[in-house]
Design a protein around this ligand. Structure first.
Ligand SMILES: *Cc1c(COP(=O)(O)O)cnc(C)c1O
Length: 230
């Protein structure tokens, strides 16, 4: 495909997504300015990501640190979010390139971020769907997080993140997202920290995320489907 053809596809997908976001926000009685769209570019090349950036898309995400490094260096004017597991030995290289780290999934990583004096905004990832293969804190672990945060008040914790399970009904997705919002409220109350950000909702469930208060939707396939070989 030519650049023009790819950009036409991206533009029409973006317009369709914006319409759906606006409709979901209206239904939830929210302004659509309260939801930011993060383009998950993990399946596409720098070229395709750059074509989307040219259309005005600012926020991008990658799940693997190495791919974030590559794309963030190629497109330094976009904001790069890391949404997958970060090994502690990749911290130093990743933090300077990362606008927000959505996948803080263990106390060990929190300790390492604290030791590195990280200033990057962080989201605590919770495994609300309770799948064994998934990273993230167990929802039941929240009191330990309160204790940790009270002992380390300097880290920039901005909110929470979760992923719904695959192959579940929209109602089950909503329940997962409602649980994350409830955890946010509990953590906020117990620590006194403002935790405004809720990163929840992907291509298959972003409307449910918005219904439950998501402030960031992470969209991959609905934007980039079939563009992986470009
Ligand atoms: C891949 C990925 C997404 C995007 O998923 P789609 O269903 O393709 O929109 C969102 N969040 C995380 C954590 C991911 O790994």
């Amino acid at each position: 495909m030519t650049d023009t053809e790819i950009q036409a596809v991206l533009q029409s997908r973006l317009a369709a997504i914006r319409e759906r976001v606006t409709a979901a926000c209206k239904l939830a009685g929210r302004s659509d300015k309260t939801v930011s769209l993060i383009a998950v570019s993990k399946t596409v090349s720098v070229r395709v990501a750059a074509l989307l950036a040219e259309l005005g898309q600012v926020d991008f995400a990658e799940s693997r640190p190495q791919q974030l490094w590559e794309k963030a260096l190629a497109l330094p004017n976009q904001r790069w979010h890391l949404i997958g597991h970060l090994q502690r030995n990749k911290l130093d290289r990743t933090l300077p390139l990362t606008a927000m780290l959505h996948s803080v999934d263990s106390l060990r990583l929190l300790d390492a971020l604290h030791a590195a004096k990280a200033t990057t905004p962080l989201l605590l990832e919770f495994n609300c769907s309770r799948e064994a293969a998934k990273n993230g804190f167990a929802p039941e672990a929240w009191p330990q997080l309160v204790e940790w945060i009270q002992l380390h008040p300097t880290l920039n914790i901005a909110g929470l993140m979760t992923m719904a399970a695959y192959d579940v009904t929209p109602e089950q997705c909503r329940a997962t997202f409602a649980e994350l919002r409830g955890l946010r409220d509990q953590l906020q109350q117990a620590t006194g920290l403002p935790l405004p950000e809720l990163s929840m909702g992907m291509s298959g469930d972003f409307e449910q995320g918005i219904a439950e208060g998501s402030t960031m939707i992470r969209l991959g396939s609905v934007l980039f489907e079939d563009l992986g070989n470009q």
